[in-house]
Design a protein around this ligand. Structure first.
Ligand code: GBH
Length: 516
């Protein structure tokens, strides 16, 4: 018989005395905070009262996950993620050049709260403290990005040794703490000089410059770095940066121009893969980090499942599909018509240079799909106005996106290694009277998405690791500091980092290698 929580208990559970009851875990945090964490407040109240799995009760009321079932595969890599412009600050230090995001954020009216990332999390100076935050979660991997304008302040030309020095220090600190670095080479902070000279990704000169930068960095870090991501989210930088104009560089190009930008970004990815292969130590693995359009079967019938796969292939034609197949789909070329990008067969060969893994940023369902008799074989359903979302309006909640996306990628393109390179959520993160943040909504979101990821891995979908976005609150692009995605709260006035309850959740999950 399932044990049912009587309503009296439910009321008791929401009583703050109960929530804050001391547990052995609290004692653990207390000791930790004194020894390593004098500057970080808040651990003490973040208790988890769960028993260790070995001693879990075995009656039918005990969830499987407490019985050490529903585990992720052995060696599954748990990590967190950030990006350079969103956390580093120090934009004028050590000869860094300006990026398009500096320019954009300093343009009045572009950022919701009129902020910018000149200081952001001051990670450039606090990276050692931030590495400790990762370590305290028990995470073994960290995805961060390298700022191109620190390495080549003018985009091309002379490298700036001080820029690389910072990443050398960061890499050494990570490795000394047993955390595997997974750098991304491009997370949107294009050197402004390339925008001025070439119109940014409107020109294939930028694709080539990206390759030169990629090779230069790979040669110097691949003694310590085994995995490199090329570009973060091609689609977002193309559509929001050059189409809608809401992200840097803020352009609203015509359809043919936009298609050409998209082609240059894919080409930049391919050239980067080749440059990394040519310059890095052998064995260095490389791949993209894509926010593919996730197509979910509205009802899980064989026909809808098949239709959703067809839809995923078509709707990602300019990104993952061309990267993994080396051609634009007939559907895409037909749809683009006279607006199609200009390309050569050689371009397609470069774009589809073999990758070692595919990174997927998964947040939302992009489409619910049903099978139809139409030529395409699928139809996309409209979203109901009542579809739920998290604190960011765009962040619709569909945990099953985390199951279907990697499953489809593995099946459609026979991908053998997948990383979830981002997943997480904004939350309102109210400060409780005791100074803590009980972000149970973030925990709800993560628990449900990770349950679906476990469904995928248990069926043999080859997902090797997961990077939670984000380690800490940071500059959320056009939302400035208004939206918080972190496991750690950041007080941007004092730079104090405080773990939220979700940090305890993630730490426990990592410890058990199972959803908790
Ligand atoms: C990721 O993008 C980014 O890689 C990361 O840097 C970022 O901080 C994180 O997610 C959280 O946002 O036009 O208002 O409807 C996420 C994918 C897709 C999120 C486009 C925002 C559109 C916003 N993004 N989306 S809106």
């Amino acid at each position: 018989m399932r044990r049912v929580c009587p309503s009296a208990t439910v009321r008791f559970c929401s009583d703050s005395k109960f929530v804050l009851a001391p547990t052995s875990d609290v004692m653990f945090f207390n000791r930790l905070s004194r020894r390593h964490f004098a500057r970080i407040a808040g651990w003490s109240a973040l208790g988890i009262s769960a028993k260790p799995a070995e001693s879990a009760e075995t009656d039918q009321g005990t969830p499987n996950r407490l019985l050490n079932q529903n585990l992720f595969p052995n060696g599954f890599l748990w990590g967190t993620a950030t990006s350079a412009y969103q956390i580093e600050g120090a934009v004028n230090e050590d000869a860094r050049g300006p990026s398009i995001w500096d320019r954009f954020a300093h343009t009045p009216g572009k950022i919701l709260d009129q902020s910018n990332a000149d200081v952001a999390n001051d990670h450039y100076h606090r990276y050692k403290e931030d590495v400790q935050l990762i370590k305290e979660l028990g995470a073994k991997a960290y995805r961060f990005s390298i700022a191109w304008p620190r390495i080549f302040p003018a985009g091309t030309g002379s490298p700036n040794p001080k820029g690389l020095d910072f990443y050398n220090r960061l890499l050494d600190e990570l490795l000394a703490n047993g955390i595997e670095p997974f750098p991304t080479l491009y997370h949107w902070d294009l050197p402004q000089a390339l925008q001025d000279r070439f119109g940014g990704w409107r020109s294939r000169d930028t694709s080539k410059a990206f390759a030169d930068y990629s090779g230069y960095v790979a040669a110097r870090i691949s003694d310590r770095v085994k995995n490199i991501f090329t570009i973060n989210e091609c689609a977002r930088l193309v559509h929001s940066g050059y189409g809608a104009g809401i992200d840097a560089p803020g352009l609203t190009l015509s359809q043919p121009e936009l298609n050409q930008v998209r082609h240059h970004v894919a080409l930049g990815h391919g050239l980067s893969v080749q440059a990394i292969r040519a310059n890095a130590r052998s064995g260095t693995r490389v791949g993209p980090a894509e926010n593919l359009e996730v197509c979910i079967p509205a009802i899980e019938t064989p026909a809808n499942i098949r239709a959703s796969e067809v839809a995923t292939r078509e709707l990602n034609a300019g990104y993952l599909t061309v990267i993994l197949e080396g051609k634009y789909t007939d559907g895409f070329l037909e749809y683009a018509g006279a607006n199609a990008p200009k390309f050569t067969q050689e371009d397609l060969r470069i774009i589809s240079s073999p990758v070692d893994f595919v990174g997927l940023n998964i947040y939302v369902p992009h489409h619910y799909v049903v099978a139809t008799e139409s030529a395409s074989g699928f139809a996309l359903l409209p979203f109901a106005a009542s579809f739920p979302h998290m604190d960011s309006n765009w962040l619709r909640i569909a945990p099953e996106a985390m199951y279907w996306a990697p499953r489809q990628v593995a099946k459609l393109w026979e991908v053998k290694s997948i990383y979830i390179t981002e997943n997480g959520t904004s939350a309102s993160d109210e400060l409780a009277a005791d100074g803590n943040i009980y972000d149970v909504d973030r925990i709800m979101y993560l628990r449900n998405y990770l349950t679906q990821l476990q469904r995928a891995t248990s069926e043999g979908v080859p997902v090797l690791g997961y990077f939670l976005w984000s380690l800490m609150d940071n500059f959320e692009w056009i939302d400035g500091y208004e939206k918080r995605f972190g496991l750690y709260r950041v007080d941007f006035a004092t730079q104090r980092r405080t773990p939220k309850l979700s940090a305890s959740f993630y730490r426990e999950l990592i410890k058990r290698n199972a959803v908790v």
